[in-house]
Design a protein around this ligand. Structure first.
Ligand code: SF4
Length: 302
């Protein structure tokens, strides 16, 4: 069966589209089939650059993966991995990814090997900076353990851990990454681990998850609790459950997503085949954004 690059919508897609249409093109179109040896060089280049990540993103990824591991072991065996062991797992994940990036293992296999923006573009990472990032990982895990999660949740209550769900919204697919869902009776508790600062998009993002749980799991909105957990907060984080009431303005959420998706779709020259021409995308006018853009090697030489 042929692979098809279907149109879908996500928060990260929306965010990149708003930052720079050209970067959006490379990330969602230009890279397509770039993993294939027979692909055009420009697709291979875009695919290589798309898979670059940054040091802060690596920190977030390591924290998420470590918590996922801790929760999975708890769910499957009831065993609680203690903080020190969890931190060692995280350190191992971080140093493995960092070393692979330094050694450019991605040259052998892009998908399975971290390629850090800083290494790729020759930006020095001082020892201080590295220690600071490791400190962030530690702080996030300290705060996760402070939540006292294992005393409040039974293994049978864990409904899903770190799933990437797709669901239909109007005529296209949406993606939602659910870090943790607990189900107690008819009630659903959706947890989202945050390794960055609070942001006004958070509630919007989580309300979309509620839409997904209501529509695809048949839950009643009154029985859904959302809980963003800011793991870097200096104060001990808490489970602060938010609830949307029956009269939550879902319409404004639909409108926001529809508007965003329609702007993306309006650039396509063929919607059925989700086909976008690079010449129909604008480069950002905010040249500062180019400094930290992973596609700059490809874009700024054209
Ligand atoms: S280098 Fe600048 S203009 Fe080019 S894709 Fe990146 S952000 Fe956009």
């Amino acid at each position: 069966m042929d692979l098809v690059n279907n149109f879908s919508w996500s928060f990260s897609r929306d965010s990149l589209f708003k930052q720079c249409q050209r970067a959006y093109y490379y990330n969602y179109y230009g890279y397509w089939l770039g993993w294939d040896k027979k692909a055009d060089q420009s697709c291979k280049d875009a695919y290589r650059l798309k898979n670059i990540t940054g040091l802060d993103l690596l920190v977030g990824d390591v924290v998420h993966k470590t918590i996922k591991h801790v929760l999975t072991v708890y769910k499957t065996s009831g065993t609680i991995i203690e903080f020190d062991a969890a931190f060692n797992i995280a350190l191992d994940k971080f140093s493995t990814a960092y070393t692979k990036s330094q050694n450019q293992d991605w040259q052998v296999k892009i998908k399975d090997n971290t390629n850090l923006f800083e290494h790729y573009y020759g930006i020095n990472i001082s020892d201080d900076k590295l220690h600071q990032k490791i400190g962030k990982i530690e702080q996030c895990l300290v705060n996760f353990y402070r939540l006292d999660f294992f005393n409040s949740v039974n293994t049978d209550d864990i409904f899903s851990i770190d799933t990437l769900n797709s669901f239909f919204f109007e005529e296209f697919t949406l993606w939602a990454a659910l870090d943790l869902v607990i189900k107690k009776g008819d009630a659903y508790y959706i947890y989202d681990w945050k390794t960055g600062k609070q942001n006004d998009k958070d509630l919007f993002q989580l309300s979309l998850y509620i839409y997904h749980i209501v529509n695809d799991f048949g839950a009643d909105i009154e029985n859904i609790y959302i809980c963003p957990v800011y793991l870097l907060d200096n104060d001990s984080p808490k489970f602060n459950y938010l609830k949307l009431s029956q009269d939550f303005d879902f319409q404004s959420m639909y409108d926001r997503i529809s508007n965003s998706a329609n702007q993306m779709i309006s650039l396509l020259f063929n919607f059925e085949h989700n086909a976008l021409d690079i010449n129909n995308t604008q480069k950002t006018k905010e040249s500062k954004q180019c400094n930290w853009c992973k596609f700059k090697e490809l874009c700024l030489t054209k």
